[in-house]
Ligand binder design. Sequence first.
Ligand code: TXE
Length: 499
Amino acid sequence: MDHQPANFLLPSDPRTFGFFVDGKVVEAGSRPYFERQSPGHGVAVTRIPKCTKDDLDLAVAAARRAFEDGRWSRIPSVERASVLLRAAQIIRRRAEEIALWETLENGKPISQARAEVDGCAGIFEYAAGAARALHGDAFNNLGDRLFGLVTREPIGVVSLITPWNFPFLILCERVPFILAAGCTIVAKPSEVTSATTLILAEVLAEAGLPAGCYNVVTGSGSTIGQAMTEHMDIDMLSFTGSTSVGRRCVQAATGNFKKLGLELGGKNPQIVFADADLEDAADGVAFGIGFNTGQCCVSGSRLIVERSVARAFEEMVAAKFAKVKVGDPLDPATQVGAITTAAQNDTIMTYIEKGKAEGARLVCGGDQLDFGRGHYIAPTLFGDVTGDMAIARDEIFGPVLSIMPFDTVEEAIAIANDTVYGLAASVWSKNIDKALTVTRRVRAGRFWVNTTLAGGPELPLGGFKQSGWGREAGIYGVEEYTQIKSVHIELGKREPWVS
Ligand code: TXE
Protein backbone atom coordinates (compact mmCIF):
# COMPACT_ATOMS: atom_id res chain seq x y z
CA MET A 1 0.00 0.00 0.00
CA ASP A 2 1.23 3.45 -0.94
CA HIS A 3 0.80 7.00 0.11
CA GLN A 4 2.61 9.57 -1.95
CA PRO A 5 1.33 13.09 -1.23
CA ALA A 6 0.98 15.30 -4.28
CA ASN A 7 0.79 18.56 -2.33
CA PHE A 8 1.53 20.75 -5.33
CA LEU A 9 -2.03 20.13 -6.58
CA LEU A 10 -3.67 21.28 -3.35
CA PRO A 11 -4.99 24.87 -3.50
CA SER A 12 -3.31 27.28 -1.06
CA ASP A 13 -6.73 28.84 -0.32
CA PRO A 14 -10.19 27.37 -0.76
CA ARG A 15 -12.00 28.48 -3.91
CA THR A 16 -15.21 30.38 -3.12
CA PHE A 17 -18.08 29.55 -5.45
CA GLY A 18 -21.33 31.42 -6.13
CA PHE A 19 -24.51 29.62 -7.13
CA PHE A 20 -26.12 29.90 -10.56
CA VAL A 21 -29.54 31.28 -11.51
CA ASP A 22 -30.94 32.49 -14.83
CA GLY A 23 -27.61 32.38 -16.66
CA LYS A 24 -25.65 34.27 -13.98
CA VAL A 25 -23.38 33.44 -11.09
CA VAL A 26 -24.90 34.79 -7.87
CA GLU A 27 -22.29 35.60 -5.22
CA ALA A 28 -23.09 34.32 -1.74
CA GLY A 29 -23.26 37.86 -0.26
CA SER A 30 -24.42 37.58 3.34
CA ARG A 31 -25.32 33.91 3.05
CA PRO A 32 -23.21 31.52 5.14
CA TYR A 33 -20.94 28.93 3.49
CA PHE A 34 -20.12 25.26 3.74
CA GLU A 35 -16.34 24.94 3.87
CA ARG A 36 -15.26 21.65 2.34
CA GLN A 37 -12.04 19.92 3.37
CA SER A 38 -10.39 17.47 1.00
CA PRO A 39 -11.14 14.06 2.55
CA GLY A 40 -7.72 12.81 1.48
CA HIS A 41 -5.75 15.67 3.01
CA GLY A 42 -7.86 17.51 5.56
CA VAL A 43 -7.19 20.82 3.77
CA ALA A 44 -9.96 23.36 2.99
CA VAL A 45 -10.58 23.31 -0.78
CA THR A 46 -13.96 24.93 -1.51
CA ARG A 47 -16.49 27.31 0.03
CA ILE A 48 -20.07 26.78 -1.16
CA PRO A 49 -23.01 29.11 -0.38
CA LYS A 50 -25.85 27.89 1.81
CA CYS A 51 -28.78 29.06 -0.30
CA THR A 52 -32.21 29.90 1.07
CA LYS A 53 -35.66 28.76 0.02
CA ASP A 54 -36.11 32.19 -1.63
CA ASP A 55 -33.07 31.42 -3.79
CA LEU A 56 -34.71 28.15 -4.78
CA ASP A 57 -37.95 29.95 -5.69
CA LEU A 58 -36.01 32.36 -7.93
CA ALA A 59 -34.24 29.47 -9.65
CA VAL A 60 -37.48 27.55 -10.20
CA ALA A 61 -39.13 30.72 -11.57
CA ALA A 62 -36.21 31.19 -14.00
CA ALA A 63 -36.45 27.55 -15.12
CA ARG A 64 -40.22 27.90 -15.53
CA ARG A 65 -39.89 31.06 -17.68
CA ALA A 66 -37.21 29.42 -19.79
CA PHE A 67 -39.39 26.37 -20.29
CA GLU A 68 -42.66 28.16 -21.07
CA ASP A 69 -41.33 30.72 -23.54
CA GLY A 70 -39.94 27.92 -25.70
CA ARG A 71 -36.34 29.22 -25.89
CA TRP A 72 -35.21 25.61 -25.39
CA SER A 73 -38.30 23.39 -25.27
CA ARG A 74 -39.58 24.37 -28.72
CA ILE A 75 -36.41 24.84 -30.79
CA PRO A 76 -35.48 22.16 -33.34
CA SER A 77 -33.68 19.20 -31.81
CA VAL A 78 -30.72 19.79 -34.10
CA GLU A 79 -30.07 23.06 -32.24
CA ARG A 80 -30.35 21.36 -28.87
CA ALA A 81 -27.95 18.69 -30.11
CA SER A 82 -25.37 21.25 -31.20
CA VAL A 83 -25.33 22.82 -27.71
CA LEU A 84 -24.79 19.36 -26.18
CA LEU A 85 -21.97 18.61 -28.63
CA ARG A 86 -20.26 21.92 -27.82
CA ALA A 87 -20.63 21.13 -24.11
CA ALA A 88 -18.85 17.81 -24.69
CA GLN A 89 -15.92 19.65 -26.31
CA ILE A 90 -15.70 22.14 -23.45
CA ILE A 91 -15.78 19.33 -20.87
CA ARG A 92 -12.84 17.71 -22.69
CA ARG A 93 -10.97 21.02 -22.79
CA ARG A 94 -11.55 21.59 -19.05
CA ALA A 95 -11.21 17.91 -18.10
CA GLU A 96 -8.11 18.28 -15.96
CA GLU A 97 -9.63 21.07 -13.89
CA ILE A 98 -12.97 19.25 -13.44
CA ALA A 99 -11.19 16.03 -12.45
CA LEU A 100 -9.08 17.89 -9.89
CA TRP A 101 -12.11 19.46 -8.13
CA GLU A 102 -13.82 16.08 -8.20
CA THR A 103 -10.83 14.48 -6.47
CA LEU A 104 -10.34 17.32 -4.00
CA GLU A 105 -13.95 17.29 -2.82
CA ASN A 106 -14.72 13.58 -3.10
CA GLY A 107 -11.40 11.87 -2.35
CA LYS A 108 -11.50 9.60 -5.42
CA PRO A 109 -8.24 8.78 -7.23
CA ILE A 110 -7.31 11.41 -9.81
CA SER A 111 -6.81 8.80 -12.54
CA GLN A 112 -10.35 7.55 -11.95
CA ALA A 113 -11.73 11.12 -11.92
CA ARG A 114 -10.04 11.80 -15.27
CA ALA A 115 -11.63 8.71 -16.81
CA GLU A 116 -15.04 9.66 -15.43
CA VAL A 117 -14.84 13.19 -16.85
CA ASP A 118 -13.88 11.85 -20.26
CA GLY A 119 -16.84 9.46 -20.04
CA CYS A 120 -19.10 12.41 -19.20
CA ALA A 121 -18.12 14.18 -22.43
CA GLY A 122 -19.11 10.99 -24.25
CA ILE A 123 -22.50 10.99 -22.54
CA PHE A 124 -23.18 14.51 -23.81
CA GLU A 125 -22.30 13.33 -27.33
CA TYR A 126 -24.62 10.35 -27.06
CA ALA A 127 -27.46 12.51 -25.70
CA ALA A 128 -27.03 14.91 -28.64
CA GLY A 129 -27.85 12.01 -30.96
CA ALA A 130 -30.70 10.86 -28.71
CA ALA A 131 -32.22 14.36 -28.87
CA ARG A 132 -32.54 13.96 -32.63
CA ALA A 133 -33.69 10.34 -32.47
CA LEU A 134 -36.54 11.10 -30.07
CA HIS A 135 -39.87 10.59 -31.81
CA GLY A 136 -43.45 9.55 -31.32
CA ASP A 137 -45.67 7.12 -33.17
CA ALA A 138 -48.42 7.07 -35.78
CA PHE A 139 -51.54 4.87 -36.02
CA ASN A 140 -52.69 4.20 -39.53
CA ASN A 141 -54.97 1.32 -38.51
CA LEU A 142 -57.96 3.23 -37.14
CA GLY A 143 -60.05 3.04 -40.30
CA ASP A 144 -60.38 5.47 -43.20
CA ARG A 145 -61.68 8.34 -41.10
CA LEU A 146 -59.43 8.47 -38.08
CA PHE A 147 -55.70 8.94 -37.97
CA GLY A 148 -53.77 8.76 -34.70
CA LEU A 149 -50.51 10.32 -33.55
CA VAL A 150 -48.60 9.88 -30.34
CA THR A 151 -46.22 12.72 -29.60
CA ARG A 152 -43.63 13.14 -26.89
CA GLU A 153 -43.36 16.46 -25.09
CA PRO A 154 -40.77 17.60 -22.56
CA ILE A 155 -42.15 17.18 -19.05
CA GLY A 156 -41.20 20.71 -17.95
CA VAL A 157 -39.06 21.93 -15.05
CA VAL A 158 -36.96 19.10 -13.64
CA SER A 159 -35.12 19.28 -10.33
CA LEU A 160 -32.08 17.14 -9.72
CA ILE A 161 -30.79 16.09 -6.31
CA THR A 162 -27.43 14.34 -6.52
CA PRO A 163 -25.16 12.58 -4.01
CA TRP A 164 -21.46 12.88 -3.21
CA ASN A 165 -20.11 9.59 -4.55
CA PHE A 166 -19.98 10.54 -8.27
CA PRO A 167 -20.78 14.26 -8.25
CA PHE A 168 -19.99 14.89 -11.92
CA LEU A 169 -20.77 11.46 -13.41
CA ILE A 170 -24.23 11.12 -11.85
CA LEU A 171 -24.98 14.70 -12.90
CA CYS A 172 -23.90 13.96 -16.47
CA GLU A 173 -25.92 10.74 -16.57
CA ARG A 174 -28.98 12.99 -16.21
CA VAL A 175 -28.42 16.59 -17.38
CA PRO A 176 -27.79 15.96 -21.10
CA PHE A 177 -30.81 13.63 -21.33
CA ILE A 178 -33.06 16.13 -19.56
CA LEU A 179 -31.85 18.88 -21.88
CA ALA A 180 -32.16 16.59 -24.92
CA ALA A 181 -35.83 16.12 -24.05
CA GLY A 182 -36.31 19.92 -24.01
CA CYS A 183 -36.74 20.36 -20.25
CA THR A 184 -35.14 22.96 -18.00
CA ILE A 185 -33.26 22.15 -14.79
CA VAL A 186 -32.73 23.24 -11.20
CA ALA A 187 -29.92 21.14 -9.68
CA LYS A 188 -28.93 20.70 -6.05
CA PRO A 189 -25.65 18.86 -5.55
CA SER A 190 -24.59 17.26 -2.29
CA GLU A 191 -23.43 19.93 0.13
CA VAL A 192 -19.98 18.29 0.31
CA THR A 193 -19.34 18.00 -3.44
CA SER A 194 -20.89 21.00 -5.20
CA ALA A 195 -17.95 22.36 -7.22
CA THR A 196 -18.31 20.41 -10.45
CA THR A 197 -22.10 20.92 -10.61
CA LEU A 198 -21.36 24.66 -10.57
CA ILE A 199 -18.58 24.29 -13.13
CA LEU A 200 -21.06 22.53 -15.44
CA ALA A 201 -23.11 25.76 -15.37
CA GLU A 202 -20.10 27.60 -16.84
CA VAL A 203 -19.64 24.85 -19.43
CA LEU A 204 -23.27 24.94 -20.56
CA ALA A 205 -23.37 28.74 -20.71
CA GLU A 206 -20.27 28.76 -22.92
CA ALA A 207 -21.82 26.03 -25.08
CA GLY A 208 -24.75 28.36 -25.80
CA LEU A 209 -27.45 26.97 -23.50
CA PRO A 210 -29.97 29.80 -23.07
CA ALA A 211 -30.20 31.48 -19.64
CA GLY A 212 -32.55 29.82 -17.17
CA CYS A 213 -32.26 26.34 -18.64
CA TYR A 214 -29.71 25.07 -16.09
CA ASN A 215 -29.73 26.55 -12.59
CA VAL A 216 -27.82 25.37 -9.51
CA VAL A 217 -28.95 26.07 -5.95
CA THR A 218 -26.48 24.84 -3.35
CA GLY A 219 -27.43 23.95 0.20
CA SER A 220 -28.33 21.27 2.65
CA GLY A 221 -30.63 18.35 1.97
CA SER A 222 -32.91 19.23 4.86
CA THR A 223 -33.46 22.82 3.61
CA ILE A 224 -33.03 23.06 -0.16
CA GLY A 225 -33.46 19.36 -0.94
CA GLN A 226 -36.63 19.03 1.11
CA ALA A 227 -38.04 22.29 -0.34
CA MET A 228 -37.39 20.97 -3.85
CA THR A 229 -39.26 17.75 -3.15
CA GLU A 230 -42.26 19.78 -1.90
CA HIS A 231 -42.11 22.54 -4.52
CA MET A 232 -45.42 23.03 -6.35
CA ASP A 233 -43.89 24.38 -9.56
CA ILE A 234 -41.43 21.55 -10.25
CA ASP A 235 -42.81 18.96 -12.68
CA MET A 236 -40.34 16.16 -12.04
CA LEU A 237 -37.70 15.32 -9.46
CA SER A 238 -34.76 13.07 -10.24
CA PHE A 239 -33.22 11.97 -6.95
CA THR A 240 -30.11 9.86 -6.42
CA GLY A 241 -29.16 9.01 -2.86
CA SER A 242 -30.17 6.93 0.11
CA THR A 243 -33.32 4.83 0.19
CA SER A 244 -34.47 6.65 3.34
CA VAL A 245 -34.38 10.08 1.67
CA GLY A 246 -35.91 8.52 -1.48
CA ARG A 247 -38.86 7.49 0.65
CA ARG A 248 -39.23 11.07 1.88
CA CYS A 249 -39.19 12.27 -1.74
CA VAL A 250 -42.12 9.98 -2.54
CA GLN A 251 -44.10 11.36 0.40
CA ALA A 252 -43.29 15.00 -0.40
CA ALA A 253 -44.08 14.62 -4.11
CA THR A 254 -47.77 14.09 -3.38
CA GLY A 255 -48.25 17.89 -3.10
CA ASN A 256 -48.40 18.40 -6.87
CA PHE A 257 -47.94 14.75 -7.91
CA LYS A 258 -44.61 15.56 -9.52
CA LYS A 259 -43.13 12.66 -11.44
CA LEU A 260 -40.21 10.97 -9.70
CA GLY A 261 -37.07 9.31 -10.95
CA LEU A 262 -35.30 7.57 -8.06
CA GLU A 263 -31.93 5.83 -8.03
CA LEU A 264 -31.41 4.51 -4.51
CA GLY A 265 -29.29 1.98 -2.67
CA GLY A 266 -27.95 -1.40 -3.69
CA LYS A 267 -26.58 -4.57 -2.09
CA ASN A 268 -25.39 -6.09 -5.30
CA PRO A 269 -24.49 -9.77 -5.71
CA GLN A 270 -21.41 -11.09 -7.51
CA ILE A 271 -22.14 -14.75 -8.25
CA VAL A 272 -19.05 -16.84 -9.00
CA PHE A 273 -19.38 -20.41 -10.31
CA ALA A 274 -16.59 -22.95 -10.02
CA ASP A 275 -16.33 -23.09 -13.84
CA ALA A 276 -15.52 -19.35 -14.13
CA ASP A 277 -12.10 -18.04 -15.12
CA LEU A 278 -11.34 -17.62 -11.41
CA GLU A 279 -8.29 -15.38 -11.87
CA ASP A 280 -10.32 -12.97 -14.00
CA ALA A 281 -13.29 -13.19 -11.62
CA ALA A 282 -11.11 -12.47 -8.55
CA ASP A 283 -9.74 -9.37 -10.22
CA GLY A 284 -13.25 -8.27 -11.25
CA VAL A 285 -14.64 -8.87 -7.78
CA ALA A 286 -11.80 -6.84 -6.19
CA PHE A 287 -12.45 -4.03 -8.69
CA GLY A 288 -16.22 -4.24 -8.12
CA ILE A 289 -15.88 -3.43 -4.41
CA GLY A 290 -12.65 -1.37 -4.45
CA PHE A 291 -13.70 1.05 -7.18
CA ASN A 292 -14.62 4.43 -5.66
CA THR A 293 -13.78 2.89 -2.23
CA GLY A 294 -16.99 0.87 -2.50
CA GLN A 295 -18.98 4.11 -2.28
CA CYS A 296 -20.87 3.15 -5.37
CA CYS A 297 -24.55 2.26 -5.69
CA VAL A 298 -23.63 -0.65 -8.00
CA SER A 299 -20.68 -1.98 -5.94
CA GLY A 300 -20.63 -5.76 -5.89
CA SER A 301 -20.72 -6.04 -2.10
CA ARG A 302 -22.05 -9.61 -1.71
CA LEU A 303 -19.77 -12.33 -3.05
CA ILE A 304 -21.78 -15.52 -3.62
CA VAL A 305 -19.32 -18.33 -4.48
CA GLU A 306 -19.79 -21.99 -5.35
CA ARG A 307 -18.73 -23.90 -2.23
CA SER A 308 -16.24 -26.20 -3.98
CA VAL A 309 -13.99 -23.19 -4.80
CA ALA A 310 -15.04 -20.80 -2.03
CA ARG A 311 -11.88 -21.03 0.12
CA ALA A 312 -9.52 -20.91 -2.84
CA PHE A 313 -11.38 -17.97 -4.34
CA GLU A 314 -11.38 -16.15 -1.01
CA GLU A 315 -7.58 -16.40 -0.97
CA MET A 316 -7.37 -15.12 -4.54
CA VAL A 317 -9.48 -12.04 -3.71
CA ALA A 318 -7.49 -11.41 -0.51
CA ALA A 319 -4.27 -11.55 -2.56
CA LYS A 320 -5.71 -8.93 -4.95
CA PHE A 321 -6.72 -6.70 -2.03
CA ALA A 322 -3.17 -6.91 -0.63
CA LYS A 323 -1.79 -5.51 -3.88
CA VAL A 324 -4.30 -2.67 -4.36
CA LYS A 325 -2.71 0.78 -4.04
CA VAL A 326 -4.58 2.67 -1.34
CA GLY A 327 -3.37 6.21 -0.84
CA ASP A 328 -3.31 9.87 -1.75
CA PRO A 329 -6.08 10.51 -4.29
CA LEU A 330 -3.81 12.99 -6.08
CA ASP A 331 -1.21 10.31 -6.81
CA PRO A 332 -1.91 9.00 -10.33
CA ALA A 333 -0.96 5.46 -9.23
CA THR A 334 -3.60 5.34 -6.47
CA GLN A 335 -6.45 2.89 -7.04
CA VAL A 336 -8.40 3.35 -3.79
CA GLY A 337 -8.59 6.86 -2.36
CA ALA A 338 -10.12 8.41 0.72
CA ILE A 339 -13.54 7.84 2.26
CA THR A 340 -15.57 10.89 1.27
CA THR A 341 -16.87 12.06 4.65
CA ALA A 342 -15.98 11.49 8.29
CA ALA A 343 -19.57 10.34 8.88
CA GLN A 344 -19.31 7.74 6.10
CA ASN A 345 -15.95 6.61 7.51
CA ASP A 346 -17.61 6.03 10.90
CA THR A 347 -20.52 4.18 9.28
CA ILE A 348 -18.15 1.78 7.50
CA MET A 349 -16.04 1.15 10.61
CA THR A 350 -19.23 0.51 12.63
CA TYR A 351 -20.30 -2.14 10.08
CA ILE A 352 -16.86 -3.77 10.25
CA GLU A 353 -17.20 -4.02 14.04
CA LYS A 354 -20.77 -5.37 13.64
CA GLY A 355 -19.52 -8.02 11.20
CA LYS A 356 -16.96 -9.23 13.75
CA ALA A 357 -19.50 -9.12 16.60
CA GLU A 358 -22.06 -11.11 14.57
CA GLY A 359 -19.55 -13.92 14.02
CA ALA A 360 -18.27 -13.30 10.50
CA ARG A 361 -14.62 -14.27 9.93
CA LEU A 362 -12.37 -11.32 9.05
CA VAL A 363 -10.18 -12.57 6.20
CA CYS A 364 -8.27 -9.34 5.56
CA GLY A 365 -8.44 -5.58 6.05
CA GLY A 366 -10.81 -4.19 8.65
CA ASP A 367 -8.44 -1.37 9.61
CA GLN A 368 -8.51 2.34 9.48
CA LEU A 369 -5.31 3.30 7.61
CA ASP A 370 -3.31 6.09 9.20
CA PHE A 371 -1.58 8.29 6.62
CA GLY A 372 -1.34 11.20 9.05
CA ARG A 373 -4.28 13.03 7.47
CA GLY A 374 -7.58 12.23 5.76
CA HIS A 375 -9.64 9.06 6.27
CA TYR A 376 -8.78 5.76 4.63
CA ILE A 377 -10.00 2.20 5.15
CA ALA A 378 -8.26 -0.97 3.95
CA PRO A 379 -10.26 -3.17 1.53
CA THR A 380 -11.96 -5.64 3.84
CA LEU A 381 -13.10 -9.20 3.27
CA PHE A 382 -15.39 -11.23 5.54
CA GLY A 383 -15.92 -15.00 5.25
CA ASP A 384 -18.59 -17.19 6.89
CA VAL A 385 -21.22 -14.52 6.37
CA THR A 386 -24.86 -15.56 6.76
CA GLY A 387 -27.87 -13.87 5.19
CA ASP A 388 -29.17 -12.50 8.50
CA MET A 389 -26.03 -10.46 9.31
CA ALA A 390 -26.10 -6.68 8.92
CA ILE A 391 -23.03 -6.83 6.63
CA ALA A 392 -25.02 -9.11 4.29
CA ARG A 393 -28.20 -7.01 4.32
CA ASP A 394 -27.35 -3.29 4.58
CA GLU A 395 -25.74 -1.05 1.99
CA ILE A 396 -22.44 -0.31 3.76
CA PHE A 397 -21.14 2.00 1.02
CA GLY A 398 -17.51 1.20 1.66
CA PRO A 399 -14.77 -1.28 0.66
CA VAL A 400 -16.28 -4.19 2.60
CA LEU A 401 -17.04 -7.49 0.89
CA SER A 402 -19.02 -10.40 2.40
CA ILE A 403 -18.62 -13.97 1.15
CA MET A 404 -21.52 -16.43 1.14
CA PRO A 405 -21.13 -19.95 -0.32
CA PHE A 406 -23.74 -21.88 -2.36
CA ASP A 407 -24.15 -25.43 -3.69
CA THR A 408 -26.74 -25.18 -6.48
CA VAL A 409 -27.83 -22.67 -9.12
CA GLU A 410 -31.18 -22.33 -7.35
CA GLU A 411 -29.45 -21.55 -4.06
CA ALA A 412 -27.25 -18.92 -5.73
CA ILE A 413 -30.33 -17.23 -7.20
CA ALA A 414 -32.15 -17.35 -3.87
CA ILE A 415 -29.22 -15.76 -1.99
CA ALA A 416 -28.84 -13.10 -4.71
CA ASN A 417 -32.54 -12.21 -4.49
CA ASP A 418 -32.58 -12.18 -0.67
CA THR A 419 -32.40 -8.39 -0.42
CA VAL A 420 -34.79 -5.45 -0.54
CA TYR A 421 -32.61 -3.95 -3.26
CA GLY A 422 -32.35 -4.74 -6.98
CA LEU A 423 -29.91 -2.34 -8.58
CA ALA A 424 -27.19 -4.48 -10.17
CA ALA A 425 -25.64 -7.96 -10.25
CA SER A 426 -22.73 -9.82 -11.83
CA VAL A 427 -22.34 -13.47 -12.72
CA TRP A 428 -19.04 -15.21 -13.50
CA SER A 429 -19.26 -18.54 -15.36
CA LYS A 430 -18.04 -20.05 -18.64
CA ASN A 431 -21.26 -22.07 -18.87
CA ILE A 432 -23.74 -20.05 -20.90
CA ASP A 433 -26.78 -21.92 -19.55
CA LYS A 434 -25.90 -21.10 -15.95
CA ALA A 435 -24.90 -17.51 -16.70
CA LEU A 436 -28.10 -16.75 -18.59
CA THR A 437 -30.36 -18.57 -16.14
CA VAL A 438 -28.97 -16.43 -13.35
CA THR A 439 -29.24 -13.29 -15.48
CA ARG A 440 -32.91 -13.97 -16.17
CA ARG A 441 -33.87 -14.90 -12.61
CA VAL A 442 -32.01 -12.42 -10.41
CA ARG A 443 -34.07 -9.26 -9.94
CA ALA A 444 -31.75 -6.38 -10.77
CA GLY A 445 -31.89 -3.50 -13.24
CA ARG A 446 -28.34 -3.91 -14.48
CA PHE A 447 -26.48 -7.15 -15.08
CA TRP A 448 -22.90 -7.99 -15.92
CA VAL A 449 -21.77 -11.38 -17.28
CA ASN A 450 -18.06 -12.14 -16.79
CA THR A 451 -17.37 -8.50 -16.05
CA THR A 452 -18.53 -5.79 -13.67
CA LEU A 453 -19.07 -2.02 -13.57
CA ALA A 454 -18.73 -1.82 -17.34
CA GLY A 455 -21.00 0.54 -19.19
CA GLY A 456 -21.70 3.35 -21.56
CA PRO A 457 -24.52 5.80 -22.21
CA GLU A 458 -26.29 3.41 -24.60
CA LEU A 459 -27.47 1.08 -21.83
CA PRO A 460 -30.01 2.30 -19.27
CA LEU A 461 -29.42 2.41 -15.51
CA GLY A 462 -31.94 1.95 -12.73
CA GLY A 463 -33.23 -0.42 -10.13
CA PHE A 464 -35.80 -3.08 -9.32
CA LYS A 465 -37.49 -3.26 -5.89
CA GLN A 466 -36.35 -0.65 -3.34
CA SER A 467 -33.47 0.49 -5.56
CA GLY A 468 -35.71 2.98 -7.29
CA TRP A 469 -38.03 4.02 -10.08
CA GLY A 470 -37.36 4.84 -13.70
CA ARG A 471 -34.29 4.60 -15.90
CA GLU A 472 -31.46 6.94 -16.80
CA ALA A 473 -29.38 6.89 -20.01
CA GLY A 474 -30.00 5.20 -23.32
CA ILE A 475 -32.93 6.35 -25.40
CA TYR A 476 -35.03 5.45 -22.32
CA GLY A 477 -33.15 8.15 -20.44
CA VAL A 478 -34.54 10.86 -22.72
CA GLU A 479 -38.02 9.35 -22.83
CA GLU A 480 -38.08 9.41 -19.02
CA TYR A 481 -38.18 13.23 -19.17
CA THR A 482 -41.04 13.39 -21.67
CA GLN A 483 -44.75 12.86 -21.43
CA ILE A 484 -46.96 11.38 -24.06
CA LYS A 485 -49.85 13.02 -25.86
CA SER A 486 -52.35 11.12 -28.05
CA VAL A 487 -53.76 13.04 -31.01
CA HIS A 488 -56.95 11.82 -32.72
CA ILE A 489 -57.48 13.36 -36.16
CA GLU A 490 -60.77 13.10 -38.05
CA LEU A 491 -60.37 12.99 -41.83
CA GLY A 492 -63.46 14.41 -43.48
CA LYS A 493 -66.63 14.96 -41.49
CA ARG A 494 -67.77 13.42 -38.17
CA GLU A 495 -70.94 11.32 -37.94
CA PRO A 496 -73.37 13.89 -36.48
CA TRP A 497 -74.44 13.21 -32.86
CA VAL A 498 -77.62 15.26 -33.17
CA SER A 499 -79.42 14.74 -36.45
O1 TXE B 1 -27.26 10.35 1.47
P1 TXE B 1 -28.51 11.27 1.29
P2 TXE B 1 -26.04 10.55 2.49
C1 TXE B 1 -26.48 5.88 0.73
C2 TXE B 1 -25.24 5.23 1.30
C3 TXE B 1 -24.81 6.24 2.32
C4 TXE B 1 -26.11 6.78 2.81
C5 TXE B 1 -26.07 8.16 3.40
O2 TXE B 1 -25.59 4.04 1.92
O3 TXE B 1 -24.11 5.65 3.38
O4 TXE B 1 -26.92 6.81 1.65
O5 TXE B 1 -25.47 9.09 2.51
C6 TXE B 1 -29.93 15.25 -0.30
N1 TXE B 1 -34.85 15.97 1.00
N2 TXE B 1 -26.24 6.55 -0.53
O6 TXE B 1 -26.48 10.90 3.87
O7 TXE B 1 -28.80 11.97 2.59
C7 TXE B 1 -28.49 15.48 0.09
O8 TXE B 1 -28.27 16.87 0.33
C8 TXE B 1 -34.24 16.07 -0.19
C9 TXE B 1 -26.47 5.74 -1.68
O9 TXE B 1 -25.15 11.51 1.90
O10 TXE B 1 -29.57 10.47 0.67
C10 TXE B 1 -27.76 14.96 -1.14
O11 TXE B 1 -27.78 15.96 -2.16
N3 TXE B 1 -32.93 15.86 -0.37
C11 TXE B 1 -26.53 6.51 -2.92
C12 TXE B 1 -28.63 13.76 -1.55
O12 TXE B 1 -29.91 14.00 -0.95
C13 TXE B 1 -32.20 15.49 0.69
C14 TXE B 1 -25.65 7.69 -3.04
C15 TXE B 1 -28.12 12.39 -1.09
O13 TXE B 1 -27.97 12.41 0.31
C16 TXE B 1 -32.77 15.35 1.96
C17 TXE B 1 -25.51 8.41 -1.79
C18 TXE B 1 -34.16 15.60 2.10
N4 TXE B 1 -34.80 15.49 3.27
C19 TXE B 1 -25.78 7.82 -0.61
N5 TXE B 1 -31.80 14.96 2.82
C20 TXE B 1 -26.41 5.61 -4.12
N6 TXE B 1 -26.94 4.39 -4.02
O14 TXE B 1 -25.87 6.00 -5.14
C21 TXE B 1 -30.65 14.86 2.10
N7 TXE B 1 -30.89 15.20 0.81
